[in-house]
Write a protein that binds this ligand. Structure first.
Ligand code: AMP
Ligand code: MG
Length: 414
């Protein structure tokens, strides 16, 4: 529990993960819609209704390389037809065909008037002046109707749709060079700590590399946000004040790591209180007990603990759903599933414990990644899930059923 005499907002009891998340999401609104170049919309949420303005495909065309014919001519085989033309994709038939005639046709080429069927080249002798049809082919075979994919006037995509490769392909087929999507949240990332150094600097005694900036910025990118990494902030009120003002002017969300405990150099709270408002919560969770949440000039700020595992877990549980909601998403939770524990677990009473796990989908079993300290970042690198153990549990036997969170699957999978 944080101890402070300076603020009435200091939590007087632990919040559950659920309570904290509800309080956070209550403060989050989706961002505005913005017209965005189609290739930049992957993972974004559509903010308009998309109606087909024309048929796709726009014309009747062949689904095969072969011969465009009249179905009645190929009901009985073998049949020999006169070849009266050749139609490549992108060109037009020179004329209609009549009974006894055929035209060579390539996949995607427009059907000649009169023809209603395509015989695959494999079912012919591939003749040039005349063609022998070897396989009886039913009328209508291998012909794609105009509008068989998308019909003019039809609603194709609804607002709220998460754009994947397939939706982007559909939009491209409709000629949409840009679409309205909910703007991608900009997430400023700040690492606090006098012990932190840049990756390319020599490590002096007592120093460590700023791994959180890279991990958190990447977690932000993975959720579809635009990360704005702003570097290392020293443990002084002045430095922090300057950095937070700058971050608030540039981003929709600020994520800091470190400095939210009750150490002598933990300045996040007083400085944010000065610039905006911030609540310090003690979450009934391990790892990652302290969490700060507030606002500076309309920009939300999350103060995550400095321990690398706590920071990433805090991002996953609290920042990620908030960013998703900002991005216009409806589904904010990753898929959960039951699995059999292939390990034993001792867990802290009264705290919800998130062990890093390796889930085997084939066997439906899960085991831990090994040592679970909050500084053991490798436990996250090895994991594909969290094992979510309730507050009330202290020990989990091998063979028990546990709940896991599939961190390798997106929210919209389940
Ligand atoms: P703090 O939350 O500031 O008390 O930091 C808790 C632990 O996390 C300390 O061992 C810090 O050295 C470590 N830590 C803080 N920030 C970072 C960071 N950006 N990268 C890696 N480790 C960090
Ligand atoms: Mg610190």
């Amino acid at each position: 529990m944080p101890v402070s005499t300076s603020s009435a907002r200091v939590a007087t009891r632990s919040l559950s993960v659920q309570e904290a998340l509800e309080r956070i999401l209550a403060r989050v609104r989706p961002l505005e819609a913005t017209s965005t170049a189609l290739l930049d919309t992957l993972g974004a949420t559509l903010a308009e209704r998309v109606i087909a303005d024309r048929d796709v495909p726009p014309f009747r065309n062949s689904a095969m390389d072969g011969y465009a014919v009249i179905g009645m001519d190929v009901a009985n085989v073998p049949a020999t037809l006169r070849v009266v033309g050749d139609i490549a994709a992108g060109s037009l038939p020179s004329r209609p065909i009549v009974r006894g005639e055929a035209m060579r046709i390539m996949t995607g080429a427009p059907m000649p008037d009169g023809a209603d069927t395509v015989v695959r080249v494999e079912d012919t002798d591939n003749g040039a002046a005349a063609v022998v049809i070897r396989a009886a082919t039913r009328p209508g075979t291998s012909v794609r109707a105009a509008g068989e994919d998308l019909r003019a006037g039809e609603t194709i995509l609804m607002p709220g749709t998460v754009l994947r490769a397939a939706e982007i392909g559909v939009l491209a087929a409709l000629g949409r060079t840009s679409v309205l999507v909910t703007r991608r949240p900009r997430v400023a990332v700040l690492s606090t700590g006098d012990e932190l150094v840049e990756l390319d600097q020599p490590l002096r005694p007592g120093q460590i590399r700023d791994s959180n900036r890279y991990a958190i910025a990447s977690a932000a990118r993975a959720v579809g946000a635009t990360p704005v990494p702003l570097g290392i902030v020293r443990d002084t009120a002045d430095d922090l004040r300057r950095a937070l003002r700058d971050a608030a002017s540039r981003a929709d969300v600020i994520v800091t790591t470190g400095g939210v405990s009750v150490g002598d150099h933990d300045h996040v709270k007083p400085v944010v209180d000065e610039l905006g408002s911030m609540d310090f919560w003690s979450i009934a969770i391990r790892p990652g007990r302290p969490l700060a949440f507030g606002e500076i000039e309309g920009t939300l700020i999350f103060g995550l603990p400095g321990n690398p595992v706590s920071a990433l877990l805090g991002f996953e549980l609290f920042v990620r759903p908030a960013v998703l909601k900002m991005a216009g998403r409806q589904l904010l939770q990753r898929p959960r599933t039951a699995a059999t524990l292939d390990d034993t677990l001792d867990t802290p009473p009264g705290l919800r414990f998130f062990a890093r796990g390796i889930y085997d989908p084939a066997a439906d079993t899960v085991r831990t990644t090994g040592p679970q300290g909050s500084g053991i970042l490798r436990s996250m690198a090895l994991a594909n899930c969290f094992i979510d153990v309730p507050e009330t549990v202290e020990h989990v036997e091998r063979g028990s059923t546990v709940t896991i969170i599939r961190t390798d699957l997106p929210e919209d999978h389940a």
